[in-house]
Every structure is written in structure tokens, then in C-alpha cells.
Design a protein around this ligand. Structure first.
Ligand code: NAD
Length: 438
């Protein structure tokens, strides 16, 4: 099928390449000249495992190209909208200006039978509004909503072989039939592999995505709330998570107590959900998400408090080595990253912060040029008074406390991800602080 993908960021670039790899003829459209230049050369504009190989393979088929010219979308049957929906400045709400602009730019190039497919995460009600706009324009195109569940770090696998597919179809049967047929065509390979498919209406499809993210955020903040209780009772939140996670109804995943969640999705999605629920007169239904957000942000402060405590409450001029900048391993994404936030705030307290990350230094530097970034792990920790682990890259998870101990000035470690065995580090003479661990 001929497919256009409007917006080629973390979601759209991978989706476009995956669609081409699966046999479709794809044009990706973006306005970011730097991203486009990389994609046009067949190179990944950001770090995502497997994406360079996928881009090379997909480009070699001749079925994948990228442009800044939206008119190139003309002639495609399916048009994916994958532009950003960040948090609006000064508000919890989602900023829909990019989605609205993408639709307006696409409208003149649509023809009857085309299907515009929303992938961006949007407040419930957006699809109905956009469908009305498309109908008003009179091209005869229809709209479907098809939320995306890919995880950064696993985006290639998740795009080629998703764990589930959701079609949010228009209310009119004729439009629904056109949209469903087109979506079944683009996802033919995944559907043939019996990937679970949920066919529903717009509102449900929109809500599936924000509800899933709200649930995951709640699970993380739940264990972090238990960590706060553990900290005043001598309990161990890690062992608690192991024990409650053995209950099949609860499960151990997303029960890792630590510095909390971040990234370009969870934080802004729960805030956008709260804002939308308020507009709908149902603010109280998701009021708990305010606590979820607050618990999450408190954990960053807890990490900072540990560092300051280990520096005898005199952080000024002390050297702190921060391990990790990305919001999670296997990604270079620093949007709302707890790691970067901790580094910046420690610097704000006067500490000499040296920060490192295997992939995210350049993105971090663009946001916070004032930090001292080091590419070498040894250079980062050499002479440090405290070492802080904030992103659990494998490079940092398997450190030898003796080897690191020979480099630092003070054997003090704050384990913001509860990744280390406290007994092993203490045995090597380190003062160890985890989160929710005695
Ligand atoms: P991103 O910022 O990495 O990418 C968005 C891209 O859209 C940018 O490259 C930008 O230049 C481009 N863009 C903006 N306006 C445009 C326009 N009018 N025409 C063409 N291109 C335009 O964001 P992302 O992480 O890829 O997220 C995109 C959407 O997908 C968001 O709604 C997000 O919540 C959702 N989502 C993201 C992920 C993820 O893991 N990143 C997962 C699921 C859903």
C-alpha cells in the first residue's frame, strides 16, 4: 500500500521504516532539516537499537523516502499522523498545535477513499473534532485512530511485531468499513501472525493509550510510595516488590522502586489526562494521578537529599559523578528525564557535577550546556566524592565496587535505581544509599 507518515521523530521514523520493511511504499514527512538529512542518507537521527539496520534495509528496497514537502503525501491511501503532542507551557494540557497543523497541511492532498490515521497520543475527543474538520473539507477522506504502544529502546521490534493493535473507527458504517479495510491492509503481516486486534470507537482508542500510560505510571508511583513508607520503617521496598510481585494479579514488572519515571510520554500523558478530565467535568475520576505525579517528583528530591547528606550538607564545590542522563537505558531521549533533572539540580546546589551517558550526552548538552559532560566513565568518577546511578544502563549496572573505589575520592554511592547489591558495595567500604532500602 502507499503510505505517508507525517512526523518522523521517535515514533514516526521507526514506524515509517517498519512500514517499508513490511512491503509498503512509504513517504515520511517532517520539517526538521537535521532529522530529514540523516533519514535521507538512510541514517538514524537518534539512538534506537536496530533502527540503523532497519533504515538501511528498508531504504535499499526503494520503498522508503523522506521529504519536507507535504504534497508528497498525495497519492498515498493511508496517512499516519505521528507528530508530537507535548505538554502545553504553563498548563497540564496537551499542546495540539502540531496535530492540528499536520491535518491542515494534509487536507489539500487528500482524495476520496484516503484514510488519515492518528497515532499521536491525544486527549479523548480530539479524533471526533479532527474527523469533523476532514469531513468539512469535503475530500471524502475518513479518519481512524490507531494508538501506538512502542517502547523506546525496543521500538523496532514493537513496530514490526506489535503486542496489540487498536483500530478506533468512525461512527458511520461506510467510513468505518473504508478505514478498517485500509488498516487491515497496512497491518496485514501482524494480523496474519495473530496479533490481538481490538476494534472500537474513537474515544476508546484515544483512551486506551492514556489509560495504559496512567496505569503504568500509577504502578511505578505505587511502589515508590511504598519505598517512602519503607524508609521510615526499616522495610525493604525491593524485597516487598519481589513478594507482592509473585502474586499473579499484581506482577513484578514496573514495580522497581527508584528515582521514578520520565520521558516524552508518561509524565505529559498523565498531566494531559488530568487536564482533559477536568474539561469533561470528571476531574475527580483521575485526581489520583496528581498524587502519582507528586510521588514521582518527590523521588528525584530523595536522590538529591541522599547526595547532600553524604556530602555532610555542604555540596558546594564537591564532585558528584552522575551515571546516566537518558530517561531510561537503550535510548538517547532526555525529555523529562529524572537523571538529567537530578544532575541539573545538584549543579544548582553548587556541586561540581560530572555527568555521563552512553548515548544521551549530546541531547542533554542541548538542553543544559552548563553541565560538565564526560564521555569516559573513568573521567566521570575519578576524584568524585559521591557517585549517583540514575539511568540503569548495563555499562553501570555491573560495576565492580573495588575498581570504581580505586578511582573515587570518597566511597559514597546513591543507587537511584536499586540496581546494586548493597551488601557487596558495603563490603568494599562504600556508604551505600538506595531508595526504599535500609
Ligand atoms: P518527536 O518529538 O520525537 O517527533 C515528532 C516529530 O513531528 C518531530 O520530528 C517534528 O519535527 C515533527 N512534526 C511536527 N509538526 C509537523 C508537521 N506539521 N509536519 C511534519 N512533521 C511535523 O515525538 P515522538 O516521541 O515521536 O512522539 C510523537 C507522538 O507519538 C506523541 O503524541 C507521543 O505521545 C506519541 N507516542 C510516542 C511514543 C514514543 O515512545 N516516543 C510512543 C507512543 C506514542
Amino acid at each position: 500500500m502507499r503510505v505517508s507518515v507525517i512526523g518522523c521523530g521517535y515514533l514516526g521514523a521507526v514506524h515509517a521504516a517498519a512500514m517499508a520493511q513490511l512491503g509498503h511504499d512509504v513517504v515520511g514527512v517532517d520539517m526538521d532539516a537535521v532529522k530529514l538529512a540523516a533519514l535521507t542518507r538512510g541514517e538514524a537521527p537518534f539512538f534506537e537499537p536496530g533502527l540503523p539496520e532497519l533504515l538501511v534495509e528498508a531504504s535499499s528496497t526503494g520503498r522508503l523516502r523522506f521529504t519536507d514537502d507535504i504534497s508528497a503525501a498525495k497519492g498515498a491511501t493511508v496517512h499516519f499522523i505521528a507528530v508530537g503532542t507535548p505538554q502545553l507551557k504553563g498548563s497540564n494540557a496537551a499542546d495540539l498545535q502540531y496535530v492540528d497543523a499536520a491535518i491542515e497541511q494534509l487536507l489539500p492532498h487528500l482524495t476520496a477513499g484516503d484514510v488519515v490515521v492518528g497515532k499521536s497520543t491525544v486527549p479523548v475527543g480530539t479524533a471526533a473534532r479532527l474527523a469533523a474538520r476532514i469531513a468539512e473539507h469535503g475530500s471524502g477522506a475518513v479518519l481512524a485512530w490507531n494508538p501506538e504502544f512502542l517502547r523506546e529502546g525496543f521500538a523496532v521490534k514493537d513496530s514490526l511485531a506489535p503486542d496489540r493493535i487498536v483500530f478506533g473507527l468512525p461512527p458511520e458504517p461506510a467510513g468505518a468499513a473504508i478505514a478498517e479495510a485500509a488498516l487491515r491492509g497496512v497491518y496485514a503481516a501482524a494480523l496474519a501472525a495473530e496479533t490481538p486486534l481490538v476494534i472500537t470507537n474513537y474515544s476508546t482508542a484515544e483512551l486506551v493509550k492514556v489509560a495504559a500510560n496512567a496505569f503504568l505510571a500509577t504502578k511505578i508511583s505505587f511502589i515508590n510510595a511504598m519505598a517512602e513508607i519503607a524508609e521510615v520503617t526499616g522495610a525493604d521496598a525491593t524485597e516487598l516488590a519481589d513478594a507482592i510481585g509473585l502474586d499473579g494479579r499484581i506482577g513484578r514488572r514496573f514495580l522497581g522502586a527508584g528515582v521514578g519515571f520520565g520521558g516524552g510520554c508518561l509524565p505529559k500523558d498523565i498531566r494531559g489526562f488530568m487536564a482533559r478530565a477536568e474539561e469533561l467535568g470528571r476531574g475527580e475520576s483521575v485526581a489520583f494521578l496528581k498524587e502519582v505525579d507528586a510521588i514521582n517528583l518527590r523521588r528525584r528530591q530523595r536522590v538529591i537529599d541522599h547526595v547532600v547528606d553524604l556530602l555532610d550538607h555542604e555540596p558546594f564545590g564537591k564532585t558528584v559523578a552522575v551515571l546516566g542522563l537518558a530517561f531510561k537505558p537503550h535510548s538517547d531521549d532526555v525529555r523529562d528525564s529524572p537523571a538529567l533533572d537530578v544532575a541539573v539540580r545538584l549543579k544548582g546546589l553548587g556541586a561540581e557535577v560530572r555527568a555521563t551517558d552512553p548515548q544521551a550526552i549530546e541531547n542533554a548538552r542541548r538542553q543544559h550546556p552548563q553541565l560538565d559532560y564526560r564521555t569516559s566513565f573513568e573521567e566521570t568518577v575519578r576524584g568524585a566524592d559521591v557517585v549517583v546511578l540514575v539511568t540503569e544502563w548495563d555499562e553501570y549496572r555491573y560495576l565492580d565496587p573495588e575498581v570504581v573505589g580505586a578511582l573515587v575520592s570518597g566511597r559514597n554511592i546513591v543507587d537511584g535505581r536499586n540496581s546494586y547489591d548493597p551488601a557487596r558495595w558495603r563490603a568494599a567500604g562504600w556508604t551505600y544509599r538506595g531508595l526504599g532500602r535500609p
